[in-house]
Design a protein around this ligand. Structure first.
Ligand SMILES: *Cc1c(COP(=O)(O)O)cnc(C)c1O
Length: 413
């Protein structure tokens, strides 16, 4: 917070499509999709209308022991698309809460069946699962997590996606330690917050097979990758995965309202069937879990994904973005790696550069009208799924200019 004002934050007043407009009237192409949540841009007429229509019915009613029509309809619609057998939904408002719910469900799944000792988790190096204490525990070290080490619970950790043998090692840990493991949790295909680390799509199947063989639940955290971000509805599809638990968030409402969901396979749900207030009960819920306005926009968003063929656009523009970044930035001094999957891309700068270089490059891009943001030394380029080819050209042009301007300044000072 000490440098908040110095960093000249963009204060948004309104938006038009893929552009955010600040209080001074400056326009910025939203090339980070408001940190990966936005799919069709802003002020989408169909999504705006869905919220208005729902507002005329009811904004929110509790899902605790009751239901709400639009939330039920959303669950039915999601049932048709999630890569999970006989899915059941527990809604919350944030991705971190979806992960916490999955962890609690996985843990209790075993105790409900009188299996004891399966109380830990296998997680992956570089993982990010959210900022609550439970999700921080599952996530890897870095970005200030060490401060909370006394509060984080212990886990077993396999290497990250930067190690080509990560899945083999993870599978070996499952084989050896399965009696201690409630579940393994992965971000299928891409570890986003790790700096857009991309795995081989087939790699995770080795871990999934080990989990299936040894009865360890598999949790896929698709908070970042879900809803088309990597070119398919879910990244699990590209990896050939059908997890026992799935975490959804970010793009679920097209970037409109906070909503997340933990999806449990039917066999997991069954372990929780029991008497009212009996020991099988999952005592977990959030006040706004299953909010009707959020459900209405999420439902309309799912229809829009179908109607507009936006996934084909995400694949086509994703390939184009990868090509543009490669052609224009390979060999640019200071750029050491370029990684992407669909419309989730990262440009990594040399570790030897001053610590805040990536932030300066992004500030230079913002000054040129393209909203970018780094994670550490990685500049993330995460445009809306509906982005156009000319807009991608603009983003990469501006990134190239910003890199050159900033890196020239860095090396001459
Ligand atoms: C963003 C993210 C989360 C956390 O979601 P919040 O809504 O920010 O709490 C969890 N997992 C992954 C993979 C994410 O990218």
């Amino acid at each position: 917070m000490g440098t908040y004002a110095e960093n000249a934050p963009v204060i948004v007043e309104r938006a038009e499509g893929h552009y955010l407009i600040d209080v001074g009237g400056q326009r910025y192409l939203d090339a980070i999709s408001s940190v990966w949540v936005n799919t069709f841009g802003h002020t989408v007429p169909e999504l705006d209308q869905a919220i208005r229509d729902q507002l005329g019915r009811v904004a929110h009613s509790t899902m605790l022991g009751n239901g709400n029509r639009v939330v039920v309809e959303l669950a039915e619609a999601l049932t048709g698309v999630v890569p999970i057998d006989n899915p059941r939904f527990l809604f919350a408002s944030d991705g971190a809460a979806a992960v916490e719910q999955a962890a609690k469900i996985a843990f209790q799944y075993w105790t409900n069946q009188n299996v004891h000792g399966r109380s830990t988790f296998l997680t992956i190096g570089g993982a990010y699962h959210g900022d609550t204490i439970g999700s921080l525990s599952l996530g890897a070290d870095g970005f200030g997590t060490d401060l909370f080490d006394p509060l984080r619970f212990g886990v077993l950790r396999a290497p990250g996606y930067d190690d080509p043998s990560w899945a083999e090692t993870a599978a070996a840990i499952v084989a050896e330690r399965h009696e201690e493991l409630a579940a393994a949790i992965i971000e299928p295909l891409v570890q986003g917050a790790a700096g857009i680390r991309v795995a081989e799509p087939e790699a995770a199947s080795e871990l999934a097979a080990a989990c299936a063989k040894h009865g360890v639940l598999l949790i896929c955290d698709e908070v970042a990758t879900g809803f088309g971000r990597t070119g398919t509805m879910f990244a699990s599809e590209q990896c050939g995965l059908r997890p026992d638990l799935l975490c959804l968030g970010k793009g679920i409402t097209g970037g409109y309202l906070p909503m997340s969901a933990t999806v449990a396979a039917g066999h997991v749900h069954e372990a929780f069937l029991g008497d009212d207030l009996g020991t099988e009960t999952l005592y977990h819920g959030h006040s706004y879990g299953g909010n009707a306005l959020a459900a209405a926009v999420a439902l309309r968003h799912l229809e829009l994904i179908e109607e507009t063929h936006v996934l084909a656009n995400a694949r086509g523009r994703g390939d184009e973005l990868a090509g543009l970044l490669r052609d224009r930035l390979t060999g640019v001094a200071g750029v050491v790696d370029i990684r992407s999957a669909g419309l989730l891309a990262g440009v990594e700068l040399a570790a030897a550069l001053p610590q805040l270089t990536a932030r300066r490059v992004c500030a230079a891009a913002v000054a040129r009208g393209v909203l970018l943001r780094p994670i550490g030394a990685v500049i993330t380029v995460v445009p809306p799924l509906s982005i156009t080819s000319p807009e991608l050209e603009t983003i990469v042009d501006v990134l190239e200019q910003s890199l050159e301007a900033t890196l020239t300044a860095e090396t001459t000072t």
